[in-house]
Design a protein around this ligand. Structure first.
Ligand SMILES: N[C@@H](CCC(=O)N[C@@H](CS)C(=O)NCC(=O)O)C(=O)O
Length: 201
């Protein structure tokens, strides 16, 4: 498999999950500005959506969208318990987390990273982000991970997006349970390995 990633982007969740699952893969860095790979390939031609993560499967197909790529990775090694078995209620709970992180948290960062977004749009996104993270803080409560004790791909995804708070002037410390979650995930050896591989540590 080949993972196309941009440094520090949401694709880091896939990088972490591939590591955690112990899967063999090639990591291909895509330049954030030029959308070219290190070898000069045009990423927009590889993934016409123009965004990461994109996972080239062993059969040649390209899989995109965080929510799907993360579950695909988890399912490649069920023993790693990165996702509950397909078809179980627990699996739908995992999908519920992934959908929430994707549409309610991740997507609210977009305008905050976009210098051309107006002050009003940025304020709207910031208020929405804070409201959604407030909910998450209560929902996580005293649990170690989103699904309870077991680390899953949803924790990897949450770790990555909440890591962006410092870049948009939001202090993660205002959510103590989430801050503890973030610190626990940051200490995992495979997370450290992924951060180092992306040059973030
Ligand atoms: N719907 C997509 C969105 C992915 C996305 O937003 N990727 C961002 C990085 S976090 C990206 O590649 N943006 C293109 C760019 O920065 O040029 C998904 O959930 O996978």
């Amino acid at each position: 498999m080949k993972l196309y990633y941009m440094t520090g982007a949401c694709s880091l969740a896939s990088y972490i999950s591939l590591n955690e699952a112990g899967l063999k893969f090639e990591a291909v860095q895509v330049d954030h500005k030029t959308h070219k790979t290190r070898s000069g390939e045009d990423f927009n031609a590889i993934n016409t959506k123009g965004y990461v993560p994109a996972l080239r499967l062993d059969n040649g197909e390209l899989l995109t969208e965080n929510v799907v790529v993360l579950q695909y990775i988890a399912d490649r090694n069920p023993g790693s318990k990165l996702a509950p078995a397909a078809g179980t209620l627990e699996r739908y709970r995992l999908m519920e987390w992934l959908a929430y992180i994707n549409s309610e948290i991740h997507k609210n960062f977009g305008p905050l990273f976009n210098p051309s977004a107006s002050e009003g749009v940025q304020q709207y996104a910031r208020d929405n982000l804070i409201k959604r993270v407030d909910w998450l803080e209560n929902a996580l409560g005293s649990r170690t991970c989103l699904m309870g004790e077991q680390f899953t791909v949803a924790d990897a995804y949450l770790f990555v997006v909440l890591g962006w708070t410092s870049r948009v002037g939001v202090d993660l410390g205002r959510w103590p349970a989430l801050k503890r979650h973030h610190e626990r995930i940051a200490a995992r050896p495979q997370v450290i390995a992924a951060l180092k591989a992306e040059g973030l540590k």
